[in-house]
Design a protein around this ligand. Structure first.
Ligand SMILES: *[C@@H]1O[C@H](CO)[C@@H](O)[C@H](O)[C@H]1NC(C)=O
Ligand SMILES: *[C@@H]1O[C@H](CO)[C@@H](O)[C@H](O)[C@H]1NC(C)=O
Ligand SMILES: *[C@@H]1O[C@H](CO)[C@@H](O)[C@H](O)[C@H]1NC(C)=O
Ligand SMILES: *[C@@H]1O[C@H](CO)[C@@H](O)[C@H](O)[C@H]1NC(C)=O
Ligand SMILES: [Zn+2]
Length: 964
């Protein structure tokens, strides 16, 4: 899937503003949201459960005895093909139920004698034949054993058939099952999505199978290695169109059970995993293009297609596919590529093979209404999903424990695909902000975990769901990027291509990729790495965390140490490598690139890193390695003075890195807080986005921790001084805010400039913003605010305003047909300072007619980001925990985001006690996929308390001195 739909990539900034003042709050928030783009790909974020079923209790005390007690299928049977027919009813039945019916003919082979057939089936009502839930026959001469008994196992989601005798080795059998399911609006399996078009309610039947929901659509061997061929038929109304993974090869109008229907038959799929299936019935329309016989279509609501919102996606899909064909050296494996935007979709997007599903905001782009951030999100998400068509779909991991490889890989190469489609954006640089720095924050905690898990550690659906996390996506991306960097891209691509061609239509474990990369290394003359790919990568995938490399330029000594944000935290997870990594270090000396150096043990000496006089050392150039760097104080001073005199001598990425490393080293008490703060002094000369963004995210922590203390005033004065030149720079290059900056990232930095300037009280900012919003209120049909700036302006106008501004936004939210406009209004409405408006808004999240279910938890998070809203959201979540948990908790990724979002500012003993009490009070209900997030929240709060105690006085002194 795409990454989880996070509230925002740059939460930091958002918070920054929040903390500042009412004004500030507004701005930052909007910024954060606008740029929320690349990162939230395809992870199911919701995980709504059937209300009737209780969450599965953890299996701590349960010992499996029978074969059907195990969550993993036995290895006695393998599927060959399924003939699946599905008939969703888009009108409710007399008792107001939406259902689907269907049948499945499964051909399977017996590879180990057994008298049991165990197959996944969940929440389906199965038809009985002679008292049994299925019919069994044999293929050819053989005869099938009779069924003795059949039953369903709720806990492990199985249909079990006990046979009177054994199935014979090597013989193929056919299992026939008929079923009826609930076409619920639960975003899982085959489900129902509703939307209003031209005042009419419309219903779409659509699907989300990853990770374990195919079994809710038809009985199947629902594990990724159980690949098979699927022959799909769909029965649907004649005014609708049916889509699935393959091309439709036949449609026939007929009458079934007295109903006029159309039967659409699809070509047989390739051999594929169940989690990549997709079935959709809608009255959507599409646009298409063909390239080299490949049919490319973009599907969406008719109105969205008519408004040309699919055009941009169609424009970039062709080039992106072309790029991957070259990069992987493998042609696109299917005969068509459909991409569809759904009004109700949990994940950011899902890479179903040949029929990729997206949230509307992840696929649709309105040339007039959307921002450049929206555009980048569309590009990168498409690039992410299409990367999976080969890596993940053609070659699939054996089991979910290797999910990181699938998602990490797509999260890395999406930057390459997007760069090919939009070469002027310099998008590859952004991986540093949106993956590397982001995951550093999580992976520096003692509660982190290794990328790779053993197969037997991941069994239940909730455990599988937990694999869809930042570590899998972003650390996966970061270490694969590092690997590609030290192997060089041609060698990396060569190994990759041989891996994909070798295992096409099959399954792998991660070591298979290492082996093929090793072959590429071995067959490349002059290629030398100090250990095998396997041994080098094990250090990064089997042990959690990452090192800080310390270079002492006085002696040339180089050392590494496991980097922990909280130096007092206890690492109780042992590592077979004792937290020593094989670290590839690219570096430069006084502006000159040096030969890559490998640090292979804890301590080493590298003579050429000893420098003196005016020379300086800068390591981890372009942040190509997954580690932080520290230096001796003299080298730090030389780097800081270089920034102050000639910051362009340091690359954009390394400017951002110096800031981020310094702030985090200070957090870990490795360097002083004031040294970190000194890295921000040159910012009055900085005009580029990536370093500014890095600084603002780090300063955000200071704001969160100090916004209720006297430190805040001095901080505000300092930052005002630093941001003022940037604000004036943009005022100038936009001809007094009348033009859009030409550079892609300049457009982002303009938002930072306005947002921070307003929140820090730079002259003229507030008036500018309010005048735009008032113009719009006077004439709702003509919005004068540029899409790039809408988040900022909406949020601040609502924060400054009252119920009138809020209700105007609500009206616009309800009226807009553009998903991205709805999203930004939804975020902006959380910016109000009026508690009653915030509480009313929180209540709206429980009413799906007001706030869609898919948006409920992120809306609560928006409120929590607001300085006034945080305690309200915390109370709301505590009071409604049982209900929220039942609705969203099990297997839901966004649920852990919710816990993170609310507890971000916790920094007092009192808040820590509240958190502990919360845990105690709800132990009976549980925390599901938020369990880990809750533990992390307590660890972070403890660290915050300590940090504030130790740093407050120094920080106050520094800001006070620097702001005069
Ligand atoms: C499944 O459908 C295909 C294509 O219509 C057909 O050739 C095949 O015989 C069917 N398989 C079974 C087991 O009925
Ligand atoms: C499935 O069967 C159960 C028990 O007979 C019934 O309560 C439920 O309504 C049925 N589900 C559907 C979708 O018809
Ligand atoms: C799509 O490409 C066409 C042809 O190059 C171009 O005219 C159009 O503006 C593009 N649309 C978008 C939304 O980028
Ligand atoms: C690309 O694939 C072809 C055919 O599989 C192979 O002969 C060729 O060497 C590959 N090229 C690269 C660069 O791997
Ligand atoms: Zn993905």
């Amino acid at each position: 899937m795409g990454k989880v739909y996070y509230v925002s990539k740059n939460v930091g900034l958002g918070l920054l503003v929040l903390a500042a003042s009412a004004l500030a709050t507004i701005i930052a928030l909007s910024i954060a949201y606008d740029k929320e783009r690349a990162k939230n790909r395809d992870k199911p974020e919701d995980g709504v459960t059937d209300n009737s079923s209780m969450p599965t209790p953890p299996t701590t005390s349960f010992t499996p005895k029978e074969p059907w007690d195990y969550y993993r299928l036995p290895d006695s049977l393998v599927p060959v093909s399924y003939n699946v027919t599905l008939w969703p009813r888009l009108q409710p039945s007399a008792d107001n139920m939406y259902i689907f019916t269907g049948s499945s003919v499964m051909l399977f082979r017996c590879v180990k004698e057994t008298d049991l057939i165990i197959i996944h089936s969940n929440k389906l009502n199965l038809t009985t034949f002679n008292g049994h839930l299925a019919k069994l026959s044999a293929l050819g001469e053989a005869t099938a054993p009779a069924i003795q008994k059949s039953w369903l196992v709720g806990k492990t989601e199985y249909l079990v058939l006990q046979l009177r005798s054994r199935l014979s080795l090597g013989v193929s059998y056919v299992l026939y099952i008929e079923f009826l399911g609930n076409l619920a609006d639960d975003l899982q399996g085959f489900y129902r999505s509703e939307y209003i078009e031209d005042g009419v309610k419309k219903v779409v039947a659509t699907s989300q199978m990853q990770a374990t929901y195919a079994r809710k659509t038809f009985p199947c061997f629902d594990e990724p290695a159980m690949k098979a061929i699927f022959n799909v038929k769909m029965i649907h109304g004649r005014d609708t169109v049916a889509l699935s993974n393959g091309r439709a090869i036949d449609t026939e109008d007929t009458v079934i059970d007295g109903v006029n229907v159309r039967v659409t038959t699809f070509e047989a799929t390739k051999k594929m995993s169940t989690y990549l299936l997709a079935f959709i019935v809608s009255d959507f329309s599409y646009i298409q293009s063909t390239q080299n016989d490949l049919l490319v279509r973009i599907w969406a609501r008719r109105k969205a297609i008519d408004d040309k919102q699919g055009d941009y996606a169609l424009n970039v899909t062709g080039p992106i596919l072309q790029f991957y064909e070259q990069y992987y050296n493998a042609t696109y494996p299917l005969s068509k590529s459909d991409q569809i935007a759904l009004p109700d979709f949990d994940a950011g997007a899902m890479e179903n093979w040949g029929l990729v599903t997206y949230r509307e905001t992840a696929l649709l782009f309105d040339p007039i209404m959307s921002s450049n951030g929206n555009k980048e999100r569309v590009t990168t998400i498409i690039a992410h999903e299409l990367a999976h068509m080969w890596f993940g779909n053609l070659v699939t991991m054996q089991w979910w424990n290797d999910l990181w490889l699938n998602e990490g890989f797509a999260s890395y190469v999406e930057y390459l695909g997007a760069d090919y489609a939009e070469p002027t954006w310099n998008i590859k640089d952004q991986i540093v902000l949106y993956d590397v720095h982001k995951v550093f924050a999580v992976d520096a905690l003692a509660s982190s975990h290794p990328l790779s898990r053993r197969e037997e550690e991941v069994n239940e659906p909730a455990q599988i769901s937990e694999m869809f996390n930042t570590i899998s996506y972003s650390k996966g991306a970061a270490v694969l990027r590092m690997l590609s960097e030290f192997l060089t891209e041609p060698v990396f691509a060569k190994g990759l291509s041989s891996y994909l061609n070798t295992f096409a239509f099959g399954n792998t474990v991660y070591t298979d990729l290492w082996n093929h990369l090793q072959q590429a290394v071995d067959s490349t003359p002059d290629m030398h790495i100090p250990h095998t790919v396997h041994d080098i990568m094990n250090r990064w995938t089997l042990q959690m965390g990452f090192p800080v490399v310390t270079i002492d330029t006085r002696t040339g000594s180089v050392t590494q140490k496991h980097f922990l944000l909280d130096p007092d935290s206890v690492v109780d997870r042992p590592s077979q490598f004792n937290y020593i990594w094989f670290v590839p270090i690219k570096w430069m000396k006084t502006g000159v690139e040096q030969q890559q150096y490998w640090l292979l043990q804890k301590t080493d000496t590298h003579g050429s890193m000893r420098v003196s006089g005016g020379d300086w050392v800068l390591a981890n150039t372009n942040m190509s390695g997954y580690f932080r760097v520290n230096y001796d104080p003299d080298n730090w001073d030389r780097l800081l003075s270089l920034l102050n005199t000639n910051h362009q001598a340091v690359s954009l990425i390394n400017r951002a890195q110096i800031i981020d490393d310094a702030f985090n080293l200070a957090r870990a008490k490795i360097i002083s807080t004031t040294l970190a703060l000194r890295t921000t002094k040159y910012l009055s000369k900085e005009r580029d986005y990536i370093p500014w963004e890095s600084a603002l995210r780090n300063l955000n922590y200071y704001i969160l921790m100090f916004d209720r203390t006297e430190v805040y005033g001095a901080l505000q004065t300092y930052l005002k001084k630093q941001i003022q030149p940037l604000f004036e720079h943009f005022q100038m290059i936009t001809a007094n805010w009348t033009k859009v900056p030409t550079g892609h990232t300049d457009q982002y930095n303009q938002i930072n400039a306005i947002g921070i300037a307003c929140s820090m009280g730079v002259e003229g900012c507030r008036v500018l913003i309010q005048s735009w919003y008032r113009q719009w209120m006077r004439n709702p049909h003509h919005n004068p605010i540029h899409p790039n700036l809408k988040n900022t302006v909406y949020c601040s106008a609502i924060a400054f305003g009252g119920v009138e501004e809020w209700d105007f936004a609500w009206k616009m939210f309800k009226n807009t047909t553009l998903a991205s406009e709805a999203s930004r209004l939804r975020a902006a409405m959380a910016c109000t300072k009026a508690p009653w408006l915030l509480n009313r808004y929180l209540e709206y999240t429980l009413d799906p007619t007001k706030i869609r279910k898919q948006d409920a938890t992120s809306t609560i998070q928006y409120v929590a980001r607001n300085v006034v809203g945080m305690p309200l959201a915390w109370n709301f979540v505590r009071a409604r925990w049982d209900y929220l948990f039942q609705q969203y908790g099990r297997g839901s990724f966004s649920f852990s985001n919710l816990v993170n979002g609310i507890t971000n500012r916790f920094s007092t003993e009192f808040e820590l006690q509240e958190l502990k009490k919360f845990k105690q009070d709800h132990l009976n209900v549980g925390f599901g996929s938020a369990t880990l997030a809750l533990e992390q929240a307590m660890e972070k709060t403890t660290a915050n308390i300590k940090w504030v105690t130790e740093n407050k006085a120094h920080v106050l002194k520094w800001f006070t001195e620097e702001s005069t």
